[in-house]
Design a protein. Sequence first.
Length: 248
Amino acid sequence: MRIKIDGIEIDVTSGETILEAARRAGIHIPTLCYHEAFGGQGICRMCIVEVKEGNRTRLVASCTYPVNGEIEVKTSTPEIERIRRNIVMLLYRRAPNSEFMKRLYEEYGRPADITPADPEESCIMCRLCVRACEKVGSHAISAVLRGTEKRISTPYDEPSPDCIGCCACAQVCPTGTIKVSTMPGKYEIWNKAFEMDRCESCGRPFVPPVILEHVRSKLGPEFTEEHLCPDCRKKKTGKIMADSHMSK
């Protein structure tokens, strides 16, 4: 099946989203709430595109729109750019303390003078952190409250017993809102401290026991991970491969 994106013909498979097809072809469509590991959410609408199917033309979120027939797509029109500028303006108003949003606001030409709702806020509610936590299997954080007070948190802002300290939420956060405080031999995230076990080879702290327990619970008997940090594990693997090569 073939579709056109900005006049470029692209082969696609049925069910592939417009965003996936565009990225594969090297065509840029801006996103905020999308991540390759989780697929589309359609929350931020930054990835909006114009789709023409037959005589019908409409605007859709490219990250969630599956291709099931021949269509023509435009990734940038005056209307689309106006919508994206408005989205950036509203998100910057919500999260003015984010360097990421400040750069985006400047990139889109400072759409309007903004009076911040909360000068200290940096979260744009993209929910990527929630998706990451769900993917890991912890479900320790979620959206709480409603309206302008809605935010991401643990239940009652207390340390969640379900949080394993994997920090996947912080790694996918585009605005750097989720902070990880590091201290000698431990770190803290979501008001919960995690002591790290030490590598049995070099003695360097590298992982909290709860993460190993979580992985073991998912993989069962197949999980035979040695208590080695990534560097020591890499060195051991390299030595094994070198010894194997020498013995041939």
